[in-house]
Design a protein around this ligand. Structure first.
Ligand SMILES: CC(C)(COP(=O)(O)OP(=O)(O)OC[C@H]1O[C@@H](n2cnc3c(N)ncnc32)[C@H](O)[C@@H]1OP(=O)(O)O)[C@@H](O)C(=O)NCCC(=O)NCCS
Length: 258
């Protein structure tokens, strides 16, 4: 086998180290986590040029000590870890992230019933219909060992800008070419919570929809969840017009392309 060049090896090892040492920054930035970048400057520049990382720079000189990893960078790093036989984040070892399959629709409807009180949960009928019209936007985390759905995030696309309750109940509002996604449910089964699954679902969803050219994600949530979505990079737009389940809701959004 041909030997890898030193430069290629430095770039790959730097990328793997950035990936392994990254951590959530909790500041609500778009990439949600940061990685220290005090490695070979040229390698960092090359990774930036290849769009494997984003290397933020200060306008008036001097630099930040951290970088953000792009989705492309994370994917490549995961591939490298597999080749080097290094354990990945337990979340990617344990879960697969993908669109839902039609045969998983009943399971998803049951998860919605478990995760939300009856006045807030979407009915089985609407979950099934949503999956049949917008399965690409119905994103699941599958526990690899059991093949079961651990959690999901779903929504429908539209050119409309503001959230309205009809999105929950009228699947015909889904416009596959719509520039925005109205998010309709983030559910993680109780036994899978507090491992970062919701965070990963949201992050991967954003990147996928961004690749589809989508501009903005909008959601409603109760006051207690505002802080959580802020950590994921969403903005709080204040009280929503939604009266879903007879409750009060905050509207929040995130821009995907900038
Ligand atoms: C809310 C929910 C999706 C979180 O899932 P999860 O996989 O446990 O969340 P994560 O482990 O990814 O946590 C991500 C962050 O959100 C915060 N968070 C998690 N659950 C939260 C909750 N119930 N209330 C407020 N903040 C919460 C965590 O503190 C964490 O931040 P940290 O890493 O800085 O500690 C899950 O509890 C759930 O399905 N609840 C019922 C349905 C629901 O309320 N969905 C949201 C509707 S708007």
């Amino acid at each position: 086998m041909d030997k890898k060049s030193r430069q290629e090896a430095i770039d790959e090892l730097t990328l793997a180290l950035l990936y392994l040492t990254r951590f959530p920054d909790g500041e609500g930035n778009r990439y949600d986590e940061i990685a220290w970048k005090n490695y070979d400057f040229n390698a960092i520049d090359r990774l930036d040029e290849e769009k494997l990382i984003i290397n933020p720079k200060r306008k008036r000189g001097g630099g930040y000590k951290y970088a953000y990893m792009t989705e492309k960078g994370r994917e490549k790093a995961r591939e490298l870890l597999r080749m080097m036989n290094i354990e990945d984040d337990s979340i990617y070892e344990k879960y697969e992230f993908r669109s839902i399959r039609p045969e998983e629709a009943d399971e998803a409807a049951e998860i919605e019933r478990i995760c939300f009180p009856p006045n807030e949960a979407c009915t089985k009928e609407h979950i099934l219909e949503r999956i049949s019209v917008a399965s690409e936007q119905f994103f699941v985390a599958i526990e690899k060992e059991t093949g079961k759905i651990a959690g999901f995030l779903n929504g429908i696309c539209t050119d409309e800008m503001a959230f309205r309750d009809e999105f929950f109940t009228d699947e015909s509002l889904h416009d596959p070419k719509g520039k925005n996604v109205m998010l309709l449910g983030l559910d993680v089964l109780p036994e899978y919570r507090k491992q970062g699954l919701a965070r990963e679902l949201v992050w991967n969803y954003c990147r996928r929809e961004e690749e589809q050219g989508r501009r903005r994600l909008v959601l409603t949530c109760n006051a207690k969840k505002v802080k959580m979505y802020r950590k994921f990079g969403f903005r709080d737009l204040g009280e929503s017009a939604s009266e879903w389940g007879g409750e009060k809701w905050h509207e929040m959004d995130i821009f995907l392309s900038w």
